[in-house]
Design a protein around this ligand. Structure first.
Ligand code: 4PL
Length: 242
């Protein structure tokens, strides 16, 4: 049994997930770096002194396997950060039912599978911190990713709908909603064009970085945040304000 708190971060091989993994490690936690990209997860884990696990969060079998391994090997799970997601840019007329289903599978089924498996472990211990990475696209109504925006709204819905049940078990659940961030995923994809019109709308006019998001997540994942649950914290340099 690890004496450190054990944190699982999904989609942690790069971008916001990797920054969160590093921040949690700097806070003294033992971080399980999970990603569908196994070599990427291993590189992050080696850098921060964590443990890597290959994981596709849309697979019920893989999720149960990884949770069982973490409990067997480390003895506890204190923190879950649901970060893994597909982030396509597709106009509505071009979203096929296949693409819709794939986005729901990773972004929503993944939330259910990870959260359901982890709360069973946290509930027995009477302590837990869960943070969902949502997106300010749910606030802004960003076009050309309606399936993605729908899943990010649902991730906020899960936080609101589940907080009451989890509170009785000593578990908090909150969401952090970033704006556009210069992550590998954004920089190497079509969303990179969004900086041109989003940065001028921000109160702070530079491109956001993964390390601009991770402190908010680490706070909500800390013991100090005991009195905060069922909430969504928008972390977008003031792009959206409501
Ligand atoms: C404002 O979550 O919040 C692009 C890509 N632009 O994924 C996002 C904004 C993207 C966003 C996001």
């Amino acid at each position: 049994m690890s004496e450190q708190r054990v944190a699982i971060v999904t989609g942690a091989a790069q971008g916001i997930g990797a920054a969160i993994a590093e921040e949690l490690a700097n806070d003294g936690h033992l971080v399980v770096v999970t990603d569908i990209n196994e070599s990427g997860a291993q590189a992050v884990a080696a850098r921060i002194g964590g443990v890597a696990k290959k994981l596709d969060v849309s697979s019920p079998e893989q999720v149960q396997q990884v949770i069982d391994e973490v409990v067997t090997e480390l003895g506890r799970i204190d923190i879950l950060v649901n970060n893994a997601a597909l982030v396509p840019l597709t106009s509505w007329e071009n979203i096929t039912f296949e693409e819709w289903r794939r986005v729901m599978s990773v972004n929503l089924d993944g939330l259910y599978l990870m959260t359901h498996a982890v709360t069973a472990v946290m509930g027995k211990a009477g302590y837990g911190r869960i943070v969902n990475i949502a997106s300010n696209t749910f606030v802004a109504g960003t076009p050309d990713c309606a399936h993605y925006v729908a899943t990010k709204g649902a991730s906020i819905g899960l936080v609101r709908g589940l907080a009451g049940e989890l509170g009785k078990l000593g578990i908090t659940i909150n969401a952090v909603a970033p704006g556009i961030i210069a992550s590998e995923g954004v920089l190497n994809g079509p969303h990179v064009a969004g900086f041109d019109f989003v940065v001028p709308m921000q109160a702070i006019n530079r491109r956001g970085l993964p390390k601009d998001i991770s402190p908010a997540v680490a706070f909500l994942a800390s013991e100090k945040a005991e009195w905060i649950t069922g909430q969504t914290l928008v972390v977008d340099a003031g792009h959206t304000r409501n």
